[in-house]
Design a protein around this ligand. Structure first.
Ligand code: NAI
Ligand code: MG
Length: 497
């Protein structure tokens, strides 16, 4: 094991240390082509650093390193593997602050409300999965008294993980922690908007793990992500991102007949009944829309159905609550709301706001843009609560991935359930009611992979998480995810005669 890395809480300096590098076989190396691309702070538009422009040659090198390392790793007892993963979790906890600052710098997510929370969840995922090594159990199967028949979960081999920028460390952790404990090696392709925090995580973990087991590439989707999916030695792809990219990946995986886990978008409904506790429902909606993450969440409560008697007061209280939130420097402790991640996403969000206005909706804009000169070009979008939109509005049917929610009035519970389920997505859903019968009924009928009653926002490593319909396939987090998605079951028959 090499000298331990020392935490570095100057995020600019840290990004410069990692500039232009991938991490392959335990070493920071430039892309084979030597090419790089710029990563800019979405808050100040300053250059953070250049990132390595990974392509097929880098993918080939990383997959070869992973394949070689995986052989020895699979022979390491499962509990020993788990102990090393827990050690990674402890080490990541020691580096929590620098990781939080780095992800805040590159993504524009506020340090107190989002980035530090993410860094904590990251370490926790490794601590949780590290304890599950001895749960890689199989079954004994009745066959005949002379035939000992068992099943055994086996590692798949090399896992390719393609991750997005909204919660890059957390989403990566829920993929690679179970994959590694199960005896696989991984190659991660980071999102072009947020390559540095996850690269630092990889560097930290390579202090503990055998080299080659966890490799990190930065680069663009078609040039770096696609060759990873297509590589003959990659045995499985796990992906979080857009539906369109998910479909492209699934097609390539189908050609290769390899399994995929896809965590895609959402248009998650929230229903507020007349008998709900209004203050709790408003607080739940404000956190559920993820205004603190600028709405850049696949589970964002982007459609809110409020029953008639509460409708006006709900909107007034929600506006007051969001008005009290501070938009500002992502690295400032006082900031609640930071920036949109990139110009592309900013333009996309603005275009939806324009569509909503042109459809006759009322855009209630909340909070205030930061006034400091440093942030005048920052990608800030004021949170918007839309009312008065037609039922077929694109803001109600399409994922916006911005600080925008649509509030609609309903009278009849049945109509609210029907509207909530009328979506191509099925990731999450929430209902606020004090009536037990309504609550129980809704949990059974809401078409979503994750349903909550009278509360919002939980991320726990032991809760399986994933959507139905076009929100994806396969669950993440939990023991179930490790067993079902990062192992294959081998059947072994021993004739004892
Ligand atoms: P994206 O799906 O294009 O990108 C996600 C990841 O996939 C990135 O690492 C990207 O480089 C990679 N990728 C892109 N094209 C690829 C290809 N052909 N083969 C392999 N990998 C590829 O998402 P993007 O463009 O960042 O955001 C667009 C929309 O996607 C957002 O507005 C949002 O609606 C949705 N999204 C959903 C996320 C979620 O948490 N479910 C996360 C990020 C985006
Ligand atoms: Mg894209």
């Amino acid at each position: 094991m090499s000298e331990r890395l020392i935490p570095n809480c100057d995020p600019f300096a840290l990004a410069k240390e990692l500039a232009g590098m991938n991490l392959i076989n335990g070493r920071l190396v430039p892309a084979a082509s030597g090419k790089t691309f710029e990563v800019r702070s979405p808050a100040t538009r300053q250059l953070v650093a250049e990132a390595a422009y990974g392509e097929a040659a880098d993918v080939a090198e990383a997959v070869a390193a992973a394949k070689a390392a995986q052989r020895g790793w699979a022979k390491t007892p499962a509990r020993e593997r788990g102990k090393l993963i827990q050690e990674c979790g402890q080490l990541l906890n020691q580096h929590k602050e620098e990781l939080a600052q780095l992800v805040a710098l590159e993504t524009g997510k506020a340090i107190r409300t989002e980035s530090r929370v993410e860094a904590g969840v990251l370490a926790d995922a490794f601590l949780y999965y590290g304890g599950l090594g001895s749960e890689l159990k199989g079954d004994s199967v009745p066959f005949s008294p002379d035939m000992m028949t068992i099943t055994q979960p086996m590692p798949i081999g090399v896992i390719g993980a393609i991750i997005p920028w909204n919660v890059p460390m957390m989403l990566m952790a829920y993929k690679i922690a179970p994959a590694l404990v199960a005896g696989n090696a991984v190659v991660v392709k980071s999102a072009e908007e947020a390559p540095f925090a996850v690269l630092r995580v990889c560097q930290i973990m390579n202090q503990v793990l055998p080299h080659g087991l966890f490799n990190m590439l930065s680069g663009y989707g078609p040039e770096c992500g696609a060759p990873l999916v297509a590589h003959q030695d990659v045995g499985k792809i796990t992906f979080t991102g857009s539906v369109d990219t998910g479909k492209i990946i699934y097609k390539t995986a189908a050609e290769r007949l390899i399994p995929v886990t896809l965590e895609l978008g959402g248009k998650s409904p929230m229903i507020v009944m007349n008998d709900a506790d209004l203050d709790r429902a408003v607080a739940g909606a404000v956190s559920g829309v993820r205004f603190t993450r600028q709405g850049q969440s696949c589970t964002a409560a982007s459609r809110i159905y409020v029953q008639d008697q509460l409708y006006d007061s709900f909107i007034a209280k929600m506006k007051d609550s969001v008005d009290a939130m501070v938009m500002g420097d992502p690295l400032d402790e006082a900031t609640d709301i930071g920036t949109i991640v990139s110009q592309q996403q900013y333009d996309r969000v603005q275009s939806y706001i324009d569509i909503g206005k042109s459809e006759g909706g009322t855009a209630i804009e909340c909070s205030q843009l930061p006034s400091q000169a440093d942030f005048k070009d920052g990608l800030y979008v004021r949170p918007v609560i839309f009312t008065g939109l037609p039922e077929d509005s694109r803001l109600i049917t399409e994922e916006i991935f911005g600080p925008v929610t649509v509030v609609q009035k309903f009278s009849d519970y049945e109509a609210a359930i029907a509207a909530a389920n009328d979506s191509i997505y099925g990731l999450a859903a929430t209902i606020w009611t004090t009536n037990l019968k309504t609550a129980m009924d809704a949990t059974q009928r809401l078409e979503a992979g994750f349903v909550q009653v009278n509360q919002n926002l939980v991320v726990l490593p032991n809760l399986s998480y994933g959507g139905i319909k076009q929100s994806g396939m396969g669950k993440e987090a939990s023991l179930e995810a490790m067993l079902n998605h990062y192992t294959h079951k081998k059947t072994i028959i021993i004739n004892m005669t």
